[in-house]
Design a protein around this ligand. Structure first.
Ligand SMILES: Cc1cc2nc3c(=O)[nH]c(=O)nc-3n(C[C@H](O)[C@H](O)[C@H](O)COP(=O)(O)O)c2cc1C
Length: 174
């Protein structure tokens, strides 16, 4: 079985998961934007990962653009967000991202992290606005991800964990 791992990562969490997957499978990990289409075409298994930004998975356009070429291959996607895993939230992320021609592709969730210090000015500003606006809410009305954002505040955290890759590895092997 020949496979490849494509990833799009802004601050490193998705890249870390892609490298762990590469270690576990022996598949090469390549940045999605630098992928050689001929190489992807020669693979039976294509894994694609991307960070979540305003619920949208980074790099997903690769799947949409190349869905014809990917037909007949095992295609598995994973997204990486700062929120803790929660079924309702993840379902909304899945519905938002995996539509139409890519609706049947399995999507998994791997938790990443957040470090305001290392972000671009624009991303840091957006995060600060989100933290401030959520902090006004009554904690009992908060969704799990909202509570996690408020609890963390502006402190850095890294929740990447190889455990999140277990279902991804199972899907690759099945
Ligand atoms: C502007 C902005 C928007 C974000 N939106 C989401 C989101 O909708 N859901 C989520 O779980 N995490 C969100 N995050 C957190 C990132 O998904 C998280 O930091 C992830 O680890 C990034 O992965 P990457 O470094 O591989 O790109 C957001 C972060 C920023 C800066």
């Amino acid at each position: 079985m020949k496979g490849i791992i494509l990833y799009k990562s802004k601050y490193g969490s998705t890249r870390k998961y892609a490298e762990w997957l590469s270690e576990a499978t022996g598949f090469k990990a390549v940045e999605t934007d630098k992928a050689d289409l001929k190489e992807v075409e020669g693979c039976d298994t294509v894994i694609i990962g991307g960070g979540l930004y305003a619920s949208g998975m980074n790099g997903l356009s690769f799947l949409k653009k190349n869905i014809g070429m990917l037909k007949g291959k095992k295609v598995i996607a994973f997204c990486c967000g700062a929120s803790p895993y929660e079924e309702t939230y993840f379902k909304s992320v899945r519905d938002y991202n995996m539509k139409d021609a890519i609706a049947d592709i399995p999507l998994f969730y791997c938790r990443g992290g957040c470090d305001l210090k290392n972000m671009s000015f624009k991303d840091r500003t957006l995060c600060k606005i989100l933290i401030k606006s959520l902090a006004k809410k009554d904690p009992k009305d908060m969704a799990v991800w909202e509570k996690a954002v408020v609890d963390a505040g502006e402190s850095a955290y890294d929740c990447t964990d190889r455990e999140y890759l277990k279902p991804v590895l199972e899907a690759i092997g099945s």
